[in-house]
Design a protein around this ligand. Structure first.
Ligand code: ADP
Ligand code: ASP
Ligand code: MG
Length: 616
């Protein structure tokens, strides 16, 4: 029996902590083989980054990997010494010594393969093997030291567990497990005994840094049992559960196909509210009205505002279109007239043509901006215009004309090499999701609430490009240009309103990127705007993204309304909205971020009676 345990920075932040953790490992090692993965001590990695930045604002990525990988090397040696001191035979190994083979991409390498021979030899001799997390070695002639990206030790641990076919992988950290939100912001956050990989993937990529999203991806792909727990207590923590996956080879561990499946839904109808006043409470009013009627809303998007007005667009099932339109019509009078009459008045617009939603699904999309770019390119090449776009980390959905649906599905399945068996209509998806939910909750005998957890991401920037011609290929162009620099678009939103510029219909496209990449993305787009004759490019860095996640929100009307109401009650204005089946994200002003998270967490009744104390 083999178990892989990973200890994060705080857990090994001092000699005392290392000794305490060694005691824990010794206990486990008394009746099992153990491989231990450790991070750098405390905030060592941050310190090293700061040091380099004192010398250069833009240090060479190869040298950064050389530098940052030293942090973990200190911990493995100390941990091994601590174990030996307790009489436990132990040996430390760097990523290179193990043979954690990665791509040659510095600072964000993906794991290709893990050689298990050396570790197995040591295990057979009864030694605990202590491996440096976060680092690997490239396969190239020069065998360069690489790192996996910040927070990547989680990924090292789960990958090792998969390669060694361990019984399970335990991630020890400074909180009792995965909580309903970050306890540093909401101390009453509650521990979850269980969460699905799908939910955790969304959460991790929406700002909950308790797990590296790629670690969750590997656990899901290989069906590796994963547990997150505190290294300060013996409490059982949180299990991250997944359906039993298809068998996968251990070759190209992290480079499995980026797209697993295609989903489509032809039962959709679109409604937009155009030119509604840009003030807190409008989205809340609209979606509360819709929730009261028990209408299930699928996608919701709200794009960038223009002179104090917003557009909100959403889709519902065809059979509820009339009802939903009536709700929207009914709130129009209460919105009042726009202060600037030249903008026109608020209006409800029902998409006259039937529409369909087509989605690409796959955890392998994480950190691979080429996937979304290629989706848009594929649709453009087939001459299909995209009406709406909404993204999550593991899914990109495009709304297109219903008559283009079949063509879209066919060209995407060819372009991404997706089997016919993995193409399904959304009805099937909903059924499967509900079944997984029931299957995973039966064991713990609790019905999950529609919202399981809330996340905050303060490290995003918003970009908007105005007046882009409304024709196929524009989203492809933008995402393609950014993908060349490896910049991922997080939320992508097309405005519903068209402007006529010199007789050409144009739309605005807005999206978020990670904050450090904002400036580069801005420059790329400013150049493109000149070249292609687009309008103004706007960069806004002072934003925050708050998100709710839960697979229980499928077929559970009213979740969006509740979230928007919580924001409105706190006078927080929503700048952008994007949804997927299991999450809703709102962009708000940066200064509202923490308040927004707290309000939403409270509104969904996620707080417990006990306060979580995070060790300093
Ligand atoms: P480690 O050094 O062990 O890898 P991290 O700092 O990377 O630890 O991740 C643990 C931290 O994640 C916690 O201290 C907590 O502040 C933060 N966090 C954010 N969201 C959540 C959440 N939903 N549940 C638990 N922790 C969270
Ligand atoms: N030490 C690395 C970091 O701080 C990796 C990790 O801790 O997971 O990002
Ligand atoms: Mg971490």
């Amino acid at each position: 029996m083999l178990i892989v345990q990973k200890y994060g920075g705080t857990s090994v932040g001092s000699a005392e902590r290392i000794k305490a953790v060694a005691q824990r490992i010794a206990k486990t090692a008394s009746d099992r083989s153990v491989v231990v993965v450790v991070s750098a001590m405390g905030k060592t990695t941050d310190g090293l980054v700061k040091l380099a930045n004192e010398i250069s604002p833009n240090p060479n990525r190869r040298e950064m990997d050389m530098l940052l990988s030293t942090g973990e090397q200190v911990t493995i040696a100390l941990m091994s010494i601590a174990l030996q001191e307790l009489g436990v035979p132990a040996i430390s190994l760097t990523g290179a010594q193990v043979g954690i083979v990665t791509e040659a991409e510095h600072s964000r390498a993906r794991i290709l393969q893990i050689k298990t021979q050396r570790i197995e030899e040591h295990l057979q001799q009864g030694e605990v093997v202590v491996v440096a997390g976060f680092q690997g070695i490239s396969q190239t002639r020069h065998q360069e030291i690489t790192t996996l990206g910040r927070g990547g030790s989680d990924t090292s641990a789960v990958a090792l567990a998969a390669a060694l076919q361990a019984e399970k992988c335990e991630i020890y950290t400074d909180v009792p497990g995965i909580l309903t939100t970050d306890p540093r912001i909401v101390p009453e956050a509650q521990l979850m005994s269980e969460i699905t990989c799908d939910e955790m993937l969304e959460l991790a990529s929406l700002g909950a840094k308790v797990l590296h999203p790629r670690a969750v991806e590997i656990a899901r792909n290989y069906g590796m049992p994963l547990v997150v727990l505190s290294s300060w207590s013996d409490a059982p923590g949180t299990r991250v559960v997944s359906a039993i996956p298809k068998r996968r080879a251990l070759q190209d561990l992290e480079l499995t196909k980026p797209v697993d499946a295609i989903e489509y839904d032809t039962d959709q109808a679109g409604i937009s509210m155009l030119r509604v006043p840009d003030r807190p409470g409008v989205a809340a009013q609209l979606f509360s009205g819709i929730a009261v009627q028990n209408i299930d809303v699928d996608l919701i998007i709200q794009s960038i505002h223009e002179s104090n007005t917003n557009d909100i667009a959403f889709t519902v099932g065809k059979d509820t279109l009339k009802q939903a339109t009536a709700v929207a019509d009914a709130i129009l009078p209460a919105l009042g007239k726009n202060s600037d009459p030249s903008l026109g008045e608020p209006e409800v617009k029902t998409e006259e043509r039937p529409i369909a939603k087509v989605s690409l699904v796959g955890a392998g999309m994480i950190g691979r901006p080429r996937v979304a770019a290629k989706m848009f390119e594929t649709l453009a090449a087939a001459g299909i215009n995209i009406v709406m776009i909404s993204t999550s980390e593991v899914k990109v959905s495009c709304v297109v004309d219903a008559e283009d649906c079949e063509k879209a599905v066919n060209s995407l399945s060819q372009g991404f090499d997706v089997d016919v068996a993995d193409i399904s209509s959304s009805g099937d998806f909903l059924r499967n999701a509900t079944q997984t939910r029931i299957a995973t909750t039966e064991s713990s005998e609790e019905v999950p609430p529609p919202v399981r957890a809330v996340a905050l991401d303060m490290k995003q920037a918003r970009l908007a490009v105005r007046q882009i011609p409304d024709r196929p290929g524009m989203a492809a162009k933008i995402s393609g240009l950014l993908a060349e620099q490896n910049i991922s678009l997080d939320m992508i939103i097309q405005s519903q309103r068209c402007h006529s510029v010199d007789g050409v219909l144009t739309r605005d496209i807005a999206f978020t990127v990670s904050q450090p990449e904002g400036e580069t993305a801005y420059q790329i787009l400013v150049n493109a705007a000149v070249e292609f004759g687009w309008g103004e490019v706007v960069l806004e860095s002072a934003i925050a993204k708050v998100s709710v996640v839960g697979s229980g929100m499928i077929a559970h009307p009213g979740v969006a309304a509740k979230m928007f109401e919580a924001l409105a009650a706190n006078q927080i204005n929503i700048l952008m909205i994007a949804t997927s089946e299991i999450k809703i994200s709102c962009v708000v002003e940066e200064e509202d971020g923490v308040k927004a998270l707290q309000a939403i967490h409270k509104a969904f009744g996620l707080s417990g009676n006990e306060v979580v104390k995070v060790p300093a």
